[in-house]
Each structure stands twice: as C-alpha cells, then as structure tokens.
Design a protein around this ligand. Structure first.
Ligand code: DGJ
Length: 774
C-alpha cells in the first residue's frame, strides 16, 4: 500500500513502513524505514529532523534556511555541491566538470502494479494484485535536468524495490558519472555491516563488522557481480541473531560492476547507496534522453537474519524467477564435468548417462568439451557445433538416446567467449574486446566477445539456437569463465567507453532474453567459474545458478549458507562429487556429501559408473529420498541454526507438517558434551515423529579395528567396499520438547564401547532427521 497525504509518503508492506516527505525546501526528507506502525496526528512533527541551530562551520542550504544543513538531513537522494559531503547518489557532469545539482520535488504519481522499462534488461515483475508503485519527479533548481525516483511495494514479500532515472532536457549532452539505484539514510549508526565475500571456489562467505565513522565499500570491478563481493548486503543491529533483532536487507538486480557504500557521517547518521559501480562508468546522456539505473530491493525484519532471508526467498521465487520453472521442482541431474572433464566421447557419455538413469537421475548434462575440437581449454569457444570426433552421430542422436533413457538432455555453453584457436576467431577477430594498439589480456586462454554489438549477439543466437532446436535441449548451463579487461568497443552506438561495461550487461540481458523467450521450456542454469555471477540480474533469466566450483562438502557448508541469506535454495546448484574432493583433496563420506547437497538444486558430478555396488545403492536411495522431499528442500522455509562446530539446517514444508533437519559436525570432539537435537521450528503442542534418514557407513573408512567391532562378520580385504547401515534413531516427541529441550542424541562412538545405537560420525559426519507432525 502506498499513500500520500500533504506530501507525506507512506509505503507500507505487511510488516514494514517506509516514510518520507517533501520538506520546506522541496527536498525529499527520509523519515523512517523499519517496523510498521500506525501514524497518528503529531507523529510527523516528531519524526522530522530538528534543525533550529546553526552548526559551527557547516554551510546552510541558503539564506532563507540558515539552520538547514543538507549534510545532516536524512534524504531520499543526494548530489554534490550543496553541502552534503556524504557519499552522493547522483553525480552529473553537466558543464565541463561542473557537477553541482540540487533536485527539487515537482510531482508524483501512484499506480497499481509495477513499471517495466523497455530495453533495460533484468527487472523484477509484479501485478496490479500484488504490488503498487510510486514515481517522484524532481528537477534541478536551475537546469532542466530531472531525477525520477521509483518505488514499488511488494505486499507478499515485504520488499520495497527502488530505481532511479535521469532525464536530460537541456539542449546539450551531459555526462552521468554516477547514478545509484537507491539511497537509504538511517538516523543512527548502531549497525553491523554484513557482506558476502570470497574468491573463486570460496564464494559468498558471510562477514560481519560493526560500522565506524567513514565509508565501507562492497564492490565489484571485474565486469561480473563477482565472487569477491556479492551485491547482497545486510545491516544488522549488533544484537541481531538468526531469529531475533532488526536487520535490513539490500540486493541489486544486476550482473555487472556494482558498488554499495555505507557511510557513517560525522553526525552519526548512516547512509547506504548502491547501484552500478562508478568505476569505469561515464554515461553520455544526449539532450532529450533518459538513463535508468538497475533496480535494487530492500527488506526489513525484526526476526533477525532469518526474517530477511525468508522475505528475499519469497521475493525471488515470486518476482524474479519467471517462466514455466517458476515454483517448479528442479530435476536431479548428472553432470559430466567432474566425471570426465574434456576426456569423453559419445560412448563414455552414454555409459555415464545409463548409470545415472539407473540410479534415478532425471537430467543428463554434457558439460564443457562437446563442441568444435575442444579437448582442453585452449580451443574452440565460439564454434558451436558438435565435435565430429567426440560425437560422430551428432547431438540430436545423442539427445534422443538420453531421452530414451527417460532423462532430460542438457548442454553446457559459454556464449560470451572465444578462443583464438577457433573458426569464429579466424573469421571475426574484430569481435573480441580489445583496445586498438594494445595486446589484450587473456584469461583461461579465452577472450570476450563484444556483446554490445548486435551482429555478435545475432551470430550467437543463431548458432547456439540452432543447436538447441536440433538437439531438443531441455536444460542449458550458461557459463562465463573469465573476468573483464581492455574495455573498448568499435560499436559506434556506444558513445563513449565509460558506457561499455553497462552496455555489455544490457547486451548480455538482451541475448538471455531472446534465448529464454525462444526456448521457454528449457531450464537455464547460470554459472561463471562457479559463482562469479550469482545475482538477481541473472535470476531474471536463469532459474538456478551453479553455486561454486568447490564441491567439497565442508567448504560447501559456508558457501551454501552464505548464499542462502539472499537466494532461495531452489536457485542454488549443489552437486555431490567424488572423494577425495577435486578442489580440496578432502575425504568425506558419500552420505555426508549428499546431506549437504540436498539443500538446493541437487545432482551428481562424478563418474557414477565407477562406483561400487554399495555406493550405487547409496546413491539410488539418496535420489529416492530427495525426490520424496524435494519440494520441502527447494521451496520450504529455510532455517540456519549453527552452534559452534555443528551445522544445523532445517527446511519446513509450506503446510508446516514436514521438517527436514541436517545435523552435521565439522569436527569430531572426543568426550564433548552430549549432542542435543533442538528444533526451534517445531510447534509447541504438536506431536512429532522423528526418524533419522537411513545412511550407510563405509567400513573401510573406519579402519580395520573399528570395522571389526562394527561388522565382525565382514571380511574387508575380500570386500573393501562393504558398508553397514548406520544406527537408526526413532522418536515420538512433543513439539515443545523439540523446541525447548531438545532430544539428547545417543552417544557417538569414541574408540571404546560400542552398541547398535552408537552414532559413528567422525569429522564431517551427520544425519538428516525427518520430522513429521502426527
Ligand atoms: C566452470 C564451471 O563452473 C564448471 O562447472 C565447468 O562447467 C567448467 N567451467 C567447464 O569449463
């Protein structure tokens, strides 16, 4: 709901209020973002910032307002040159380096639904039933340069979306140095900044630090939203926990260079601005034209981090992900990458696919290596036709065979890239991004195609679209394996090189849009060397994203958990891979690897054909179990209950009758305290049955001595792959007990003493508990 009364704007979601007003000078003064309350007469006066005194050497707005200091006014936007020295939201060079602007309220419009801006790429969507929008137009006090601030309120997810536009109605061009999507000014600085940082194969690790005076920056300059700093950002009260306390969530619907800056002013106010990174950005805005920022979203919760992530999950599933895969369970996949890398032919693929089908997989994905003469990463990107050596009968024959096995057929592509060793490069060396006269940098032996150019996009669409149609492709993994350098284009639609990074992103979105519209039934998975482009921009086109090239179960706990703060589990690609793990060389049991990977878009990325009979049986049962509860894993509400060494993840079904709890210890603690299964999500007064998921113990991994104790009749040297069933747990307990006291779990095996109920876990050992309301 959005209301306006006497230039006071109230944007309400079911639990939050966002309030601002047009003040006496025509600026938009921010009044409140937080918990919803009923406004009473008199509240406005109390909410306004007081400015009755002069402040030392601070410049006042003008002679008529000698005590109004923009530096200390909470605002909906900010510019340079009028005494607000905090980080600005808008910087426009409108006359040879002259940047002073002063935007004053002109008019506003409240409408049902959400505005869509043509040619703007990734945008959220909503209907007149579930959202409402406000557009406020401001004009510079002197020049016909307009700033438009747009707001959309999403009732069903407690989210407020914002974007901004600059309109140049002068008779000459101007340059936008910076136009953020939003600005949020908060009255105090008692916040922790929470960001999701990392690197390749170590993406989105949560970090939390208390704000101090000055600026804190969260940004990417590599051309991708990046694994270094995801655009997702939270501001949390220092006492906020997973389940309690005030937390504000922010995310940007954008896949390129982004920048969020949180600044605590000398007066102890906090400003958040976020949008396209101004680094390498300079947009020439001709007379009569408009520039639109990407969209950004905000949410707020008093129920801690969980409140924010639940709202974001709902929003992403309802207003970002679109098409036939919206709210739809994702197929269990088998991907060829870690099973074979580049080393395969049709027979090998078919053998892998047969093994996968026999174990219950639903989608077979041929990853990198199927096209041109690609046998390693030095060649063939750009040549989008099947390798005659590896797939002599062609892709459509292969696809038919996969379909005949009862599986969907999926294909890996990396459209944005080209190797020098390729037919495409021979024909179109000028399609590569490079600066004339300079040698371009190279990453993974590949160069980036200039997606700002229509002929490049057309080639990719035609060449790859032909493959999709001919081979009846049902799933596509869209990869991107290098960062940007040498920003330059010969495209004369790009008026200056500072437009290039953003125009590239718009070109990418246009191409994604064409593919997703032309192949509406295809399930698209984003990927960029794993999770370099895990963002809401991509999720407007692809329905899930490969979370990380690191498939190690222990590392995945932090990576998936970090990702879950902003993104729903249905969008997080999680695969079981082999042990020792290819990235970390760590050994973890097959059951643990599956337990962690269940919490997402689940699949296998290992040579399933090479598994022992016992391992195959484990995989078969894992897949059957996952399919039974897939809707809960992917679309249930997700809860993080970490305590020390123990990761506890819970998903709760929509009807709240089924809970699945992962209890996993990272490190075995000898003679530690009793393990207790406490499930805060249970309902007091209800009765629950609690069952551990049947799991197998790989005897060899226990060592001969313990294996003899556990399975005295098994001869390990004769059967090195032998397993025994892990102890089962079964309880019938009250919800109150689960919620407030917890189940004291049987002891872990510690080297002495053993019986059928002992839990043998070791490092990275755990269980999934299936909890059902009776
Ligand atoms: C990077 C991806 O993250 C991997 O999963 C795999 O698809 C490789 N690229 C293939 O080159």
């Amino acid at each position: 709901m959005i209301r306006e009364n006497n230039k006071l704007f109230a944007l309400d979601t079911p639990t939050t209020s966002y309030l601002f007003q047009v003040n006496e000078t025509g600026h938009l003064e921010h009044l409140h973002y937080g918990r919803k309350f009923q406004l009473q007469a008199g509240d406005l006066n109390a909410l306004e910032d007081k400015h009755r005194h002069t402040i030392g050497d601070e410049p006042a707005y003008d002679e008529d307002h000698p005590t109004l200091f923009l530096e200390n006014l909470p605002m909906e936007y900010s510019t340079e040159g009028k005494g607000d020295y905090r980080v600005p939201m808008v910087v426009v060079d409108h006359d040879g380096g002259f940047t002073t602007l002063d935007f004053i309220y002109q008019n506003h419009l409240i409408t049902a639904g959400k505005q869509t801006i043509p040619h703007q790429g990734a945008q959220a969507y909503g209907s007149v039933q579930n959202c409402m929008s406000l557009r406020v137009e401001l004009r510079d006090s002197q020049l016909p340069i307009f700033l438009v601030l747009s707001y959309t309120v999403f009732e069903d997810s407690d989210v407020i979306l914002r974007f901004s536009q600059l309109i140049n109605k002068t008779d000459h061009h101007i340059y936008i140095r910076k136009l953020d999507s939003l600005q949020l000014d908060l009255s105090d600085a008692n916040w922790d900044l929470v960001t999701f940082n990392g690197a390749w194969a170590r993406e989105r690790i949560m970090e939390r630090a208390h704000l101090r005076h000055g600026s804190h920056v969260n940004e990417s300059r590599s051309g991708l939203s990046s694994s270094d700093h995801n655009p997702l950002l939270l501001l949390a009260r220092p006492d906020a926990t997973e389940k309690q306390g005030e937390v504000i969530g922010y995310n940007l619907i954008y896949s390129g260079n982004h920048k969020e800056e949180v600044e605590v002013s000398p007066f102890g106010k906090t400003r958040l601005v976020g949008g396209i990174n101004e680094s390498a950005f300079l947009w020439k805005l001709p007379s009569g034209s408009t520039f639109t920022s990407p969209e950004a979203i905000l949410t707020y919760s008093t129920e801690g981090f969980e409140g924010v992530s639940t709202r974001f999950h709902r929003f992403v599933n309802e207003h970002i992900v679109r098409g036939v895969w919206k709210w739809r369970e994702r197929p269990v996949l088998c991907n060829s990458w870690e099973a074979a890398y580049f080393d395969f032919d049709e027979n090998k693929l078919l053998n892998l696919a047969r093994s996968a089908a026999a174990l219950g997989a639903e989608l077979f994905v041929v990853d990198d290596g199927w096209f041109g003469s690609r046998n390693d990463d030095t060649s063939s990107l750009g040549d989008w036709f099947p390798s005659p050596q590896k797939i002599p009968s062609g892709l459509s024959a292969l696809s038919d065979k996969i379909h005949n096995l009862g599986m969907m057929f999926g294909l890996w592509i990396e459209p944005e890239m080209v190797n020098k060793e390729s037919q495409l490069y021979l024909k179109h060396p000028d399609w590569v991004i490079a600066i004339p006269g300079r040698k371009p940098s190279v990453g993974r032996h590949q160069y980036i195609l200039d997606l700002t150019r229509k002929e490049v996009r057309d080639y990719l669409y035609d060449a790859i679209g032909k493959v999709f149609s001919e081979a009846d492709v049902n799933y596509v993994k869209w990869d991107c394996n290098r960062l940007f350098t040498d920003l330059y284009t010969v495209n004369d639609e790009v008026r200056n090189m500072g437009e290039f990074p953003h125009r590239y992103v718009l070109g990418l979105y246009e191409l994604l849009d064409r593919f997703t519209k032309a192949f509406p039934n295809v399930l698209f998975e984003g990927c960029a060397s794993g999770g370099q482009r895990f963002d809401l921009g991509m999720l407007c086109y692809v329905q899930q994203i490969w979370c990380s090239d690191n498939t190690d179960a222990l590392d995945r706990i932090a990576i998936q958990e970090g990702t879950s703060y902003g993104y729903p589990l249905s969008a997080i690609g999680c695969h079981v891979s082999t042990a020792p793990n290819h990235q970390t060389l760590r050994m973890t049991s097959l059951e643990t690897r599956a337990n962690i990977a269940f919490f997402g878009a689940f699949g296998y990325e290992m040579d399933l054909g090479a598994l022992s009979r016992e391992e195959k049986q484990q995989v078969r049962e894992q897949i059957a179990f996952f399919k039974q509860f897939r809707a809960v894993f992917q679309y249930g509400t997700f809860h993080r209950n970490r305590h020390g060494n123990i990761t506890q993840w819970t998903v709760v079904s929509q009807d709240k009758r089924t809970l699945l709890v992962l209890w996993n210890q990272e490190r075995m603690t000898v003679n530690g305290p009793n393990d207790i299964l406490l499930v805060p999500e249970a309902e007091d007064g209800a009765l629950y049955e609690v069952l551990s998921r049947p799991q197998e113990l790989e005897l060899a991994s226990l060592g001969a001595r313990v294996a003899r104790k556990v399975a005295p009749l098994t001869n390990l040297s004769k059967n090195p792959n032998a397993t025994v069933s892990a102890s089962m747990e079964h309880y019938l307990v009250s919800g109150g007990l689960l919620k407030y006291a917890g189940i004291k779990l049987p002891e872990q095996f510690l080297g002495c003493g053993f019986d059928a109920d002992s839990r043998i876990l070791g490092d990275m050992g755990g269980r999934i508990y299936l909890i059902r309301k009776q």
